[in-house]
Every structure is written in C-alpha cells, then in structure tokens.
Design a protein around this ligand. Structure first.
Ligand code: FES
Ligand SMILES: [Fe+2]
Length: 352
C-alpha cells in the first residue's frame, strides 16, 4: 500500500507561482497537473486559481504556459471576470440552470510572495511549512521578476523526480559537466516536519570567488554564500546559488503512474540599482544551464525501473540521501494515519 497521490494533491498546499509572474491584470500561469490543468490568473487585480476548463463545453481558457490575456473561452465566448463566468448571448439559455456556469476554483494562500493553492488542505499553510515559512517569505521578497519557464513531460513517477531532487549523491555520475564542477561541500540538511532543506558551500575555489565578487551587483535580504534547496512537501522545490537567481520546480503527478508534469521556472534576484544588466547576463547564462541539468535528471529518472518499489521497508540510503529517507518516512506516516483514519497532523511521528 502507498499513499494515494490523489490524497496528497487534495490534502496539502502546493507552491504554484511567485507574485512577480502575476503582477499585472491579465497575467496568467498555466500548469499541467494530474489529468488536468491549473490556471493562476490576475483577474482585475485579484489572483484566482481555477481548472482550465470552461463549464460550458470544456474549452480551455489558456494554452500557453505563461502570458497576459483576459480569460475568454474561444469556443463560444464565455469569459471570466471577478471570478465569475460571463455567459455569452445569455438570452439563448432559456430552459437551463445557469447557476451551474461556475469555474472550478481552488483556494489560494500566500507565504510572502509565494502563491500556494489548495483543494481541501487538512492544515493551515503555516502549519504545513512549519519552520520554513519565515525563510521562504524572506526568499520570496528577494525575487523580482520571472525569467525562463521550462516544462518536461516527465517519463517517471513524480516521486522518482522528487527523490532525485532530494539528494546530491547522483551529481558526479549524472551531472559530470554541469553541477559536479561546483564541488559542493560542507552540506547541511535541515527539516521542518514534512519539508526538508539542503545548504552547501561551493567547493571549487575559483567559482566560489567569482560568485562572491558578484554580490555587490545585488540587493538581497536572504542571500547566503553557497547553494540552497528547499523541498516543500509534497511536489515543489525552490533552489538558488547565492540568491542571484532562484529556480522553482514542481513535480505534479500525472494521471498515468509513470509520468509526471514537471515545470521549472527561473526568477531574478533583486539587482542593486543600476546593475540590471549584470542580472540579465547571469539569467541568460543560467537558463540553458538549468535546462540542461533538468534534462540530465529526466534522462536518469526515466531509466528507473517501473518495478522498483518506492515503498519497500528495506530500501538502502546513503548518508547523503537522508532527505529521501525522510520523505519515505513521511509518506509512510501519512499512510498509517490514513489507514487509522485519524487526522494526519495528529499522527505524524517523523524522525528529524
Ligand atoms: S466551451 Fe467555452 S464557451 Fe462554449
Ligand atoms: Fe540532479
């Protein structure tokens, strides 16, 4: 038995966007998740989250990943304003109940400038993020603009992707020319109930010096010397090197068990006044680098056997895979709580 992904989707908050992506009226982000699509939309100043399905005949409001437009269904012209559906040529609907012409909307909640969406979360966002709420809010305040967005139709279960992102043990074999040369060292894992984080210093001296020299071009509150990655249970990661740019990954489950909906987005850290060009140069270099790293991760994840049991009790973990073990323990604790049909937050007994 394993925790059902449907339950994970329904019961927890999900990091889905940064405020800078939805800053102006009309701005939207579209994400694939499960069998459907999630839309985050700046609806005349209010940020709303809804299923990308028109309640009339199922037309999709948006097909691009990101952009700015009014939510208008191109099929028969129904639109969304103030979170409500506007029916085109309403007088033609005489013998039916237009009360049913509503969007399937989701709950939204902010942690700083990070946007989370929930279907029926079993706890508050603060409780879910626990000790990571404060550092995440600080990080979110250092992000000023979206840059690259890259999606992969991931040919592996979401958990294979997340487990890969939770450990650095694979870096030398999977990323020999991209990440391995940074030679991360002095790494520290930390935990906040369901979530975990990784902080490390850049071991390659010349790279480290080069990165330190760039600090004067940035105006950061949450900057730090090195690399950090936060895993936000169940499907999201936020990572950065020195805070100059941030990347956000979501590994949403797909309807098929050995697929997931992967999206990585790159954001600009706040440049110092007059240093915008330096930030742009860095982002333009970081975007293809990040894409390559995630292509490398995807290549190895799709090789993982569908027969490998992610829930087996006797799995083997290196010390550098402690966060993978923590996730396995977390999922087992949730599963036991579900089996005992107690509220999960009363039943967690997760090693820190
Ligand atoms: S399907 Fe959207 S208006 Fe008809
Ligand atoms: Fe990797």
């Amino acid at each position: 038995m394993a925790v059902s992904t449907d339950a994970l989707v329904r019961d927890y908050w999900h990091l889905v966007a940064h405020r800078s992506e939805l800053a102006r009226p009309g701005d939207f982000v579209r994400l694939d998740w499960m069998a459907g699509e999630l839309v985050l939309h700046n609806d005349e100043g209010e940020i709303i989250a809804f299923d990308n399905v028109c309640p009339h005949r199922g037309g999709r409001f948006f097909i691009d990943d990101r952009g700015a437009a009014r939510a208008v269904c191109p099929y028969h012209g129904w639109s969304v304003r103030g979170g409500e559906v506007r029916v085109a040529r309403r007088e033609q609907f005489t013998a039916c109940d237009l009360e049913k012409a509503v969007l399937n909307r989701f709950r939204t909640q902010w942690c700083g400038d990070f946007l989370f969406v929930g279907i029926a979360p079993v706890m508050s966002l603060e409780a879910q993020l626990d000790a990571f709420a404060a550092p995440l809010a600080d990080i979110s305040g250092d992000i000023v603009a979206p840059h690259d967005i890259y999606t992969i139709d991931f040919q592996a279960n979401w958990r294979v992707g997340v487990e890969n992102a939770l450990e650095g043990y694979h870096v030398n074999s999977v990323h020999p020319e991209t990440l391995a040369p940074m030679a991360l060292r002095d790494d520290v894992d930390s935990y906040a109930v369901l979530n975990s984080a990784y902080h490390a210093r850049v071991g390659h001296a010349r790279t480290a010096r080069g990165l330190e020299d760039l600090r004067r071009f940035f105006d950061l509150r949450a900057g730090f010397e090195g690399y950090c990655a936060y895993y936000l249970f169940p499907f999201a990661m936020v990572s950065s090197t020195f805070g100059y740019s941030y990347s956000m990954q979501t590994y949403f489950p797909a309807a098929e068990p050995h697929r997931s909906r992967f999206c990585t987005r790159l954001f600009a850290g706040r440049p110092a006044a007059g240093a915008e060009a330096v930030s742009d140069t860095l982002l333009n270099a970081a975007a293809p680098f990040n894409r390559q790293v995630f292509d490398e991760d995807h290549e190895i994840c799709r090789r993982v056997s569908h027969g490998y049991d992610l829930d087996a009790e006797d799995r083997i973990f290196a010390a550098t895979e402690a966060r993978v073990r923590h996730l396995a323990q977390t999922l087992r604790a949730i599963e036991e709580a579900q089996a005992a049909s107690a509220a999960p937050h009363q039943r967690w007994n997760i090693a820190r």
